[in-house]
Design a binder for this molecule. Structure first.
Ligand code: DC
Length: 229
């Protein structure tokens, strides 16, 4: 197979980005983190002092936003109008804005086009919420990755702590539940598994166990072999 695409969807904190990054490295593919693209738009609006839930205001400034993904030794870097914002987009506050900005149809159309363009030019593992259902309905393999809300909140709390953001477990769990609800109930491109996706529940798994499980799925469904890592 020359150019092929893998879609990984699922709720926040299911481990999509960590696993997709690992698999991309192992199978010599490009990892495309679509959440980072939504985050970059949210960061732009947030910096302008715009309420991310204010559709008219967001649309009014959408034409100014330039989101670019760059790939180097350390993986994907996200550039916002030429500035590296790979770290800034990860703040808890920006996660909340992103969830609001991502319900706006014009924002989704803008990024969907960009994501399809990327998938055309290279073999990639793309993760998000609507990759298998909307962005790449013809992906060669679709995986829906999930885990219990408690498991996801524990992982997210640990990730935030590593970045110096200490938050109580109950707050992280409540935010995860609220974001799940918003991502799943929105009118455009709601979070749901594509009919032809392979559903993988990582509750209770270690990272290595999940990597192994997904590697087996790739080998079985695509007949590909790991190239490194
Ligand atoms: O995967 P993440 O946590 O970085 O995603 C941040 C937010 O962006 C989350 O609220 C869902 C939204 N998102 C989306 O609506 N569609 C995508 N393809 C990717 C992310």
């Amino acid at each position: 197979m020359s150019n092929f695409n893998i879609a990984i969807d699922g709720p926040s904190g299911a481990g999509k980005s960590t696993l997709a990054r690992r698999l991309a490295k192992r199978f010599g593919m490009t990892y495309v983190d679509t959440g980072a693209m939504y985050r970059a738009i949210a960061l732009y609006m947030h910096r302008l002092g715009i309420d991310c839930a204010d559709r008219e205001a967001v649309i009014g400034h959408l034409g100014e936003v330039q989101v670019t993904l760059e790939y180097g030794e350390e993986g994907q870097r996200v550039l916002l109008c030429g500035q590296d914002v790979s770290q800034d987009i990860r703040h808890h506050e920006i996660s909340e804005c992103t969830s609001k900005v991502s319900v706006i149809p014009e924002v989704r159309e803008y990024l969907t086009e960009m994501q399809r363009g990327l998938a055309k030019t290279k073999s990639c593992i793309m993760d998000g919420r609507d990759i298998g259902t909307v962005v790449l309905p013809n992906a060669d393999l679709k995986i829906f990755l999930t885990a219990s809300p408690e498991d996801r909140a524990r992982r997210r709390q640990k990730e935030l702590a590593q970045k110096g953001e200490e938050l109580p477990f109950e707050q992280v769990l409540a935010d995860i539940r609220q974001r799940d609800e918003r991502d799943s109930s929105r009118a455009v491109a709601p979070l749901r598994p594509a009919q032809d996706s392979v559903i993988v529940d990582t509750t209770g798994n270690t990272l290595e166990q999940s990597v192994e499980q997904l590697e087996e799925i790739l080998v079985k469904h695509l007949g590909v072999s790991p190239v490194c890592g």
